[in-house]
Write a protein that binds this ligand. Structure first.
Ligand SMILES: [Zn+2]
Length: 64
């Protein structure tokens, strides 16, 4: 089953790809993230977005 979800990085409606704490990260963004360098401005943007997703879901991560 293919589900369409809003990508939490680029905010486009994309196919469900990588679900991180209930948020979708589309295939395009995942690939860009993997290829980005640490000094890349886009890398910083992605990390900020992921940090934000992480922080909003932090309470649910206590039991690990
Ligand atoms: Zn995306």
């Amino acid at each position: 089953m293919i589900r369409i979800m809003k990508c939490s990085i680029c905010s486009d409606m994309k196919r469900e790809n990588l679900i991180l704490f209930g948020k979708n990260i589309c295939n395009d963004c995942e690939e860009k993230m993997i290829k980005a360098n640490y000094d890349d401005i886009m890398y910083q943007l992605y990390m900020d977005r992921i940090k934000h997703i992480w922080e909003t879901k932090e309470l649910g991560l206590k039991d690990r």
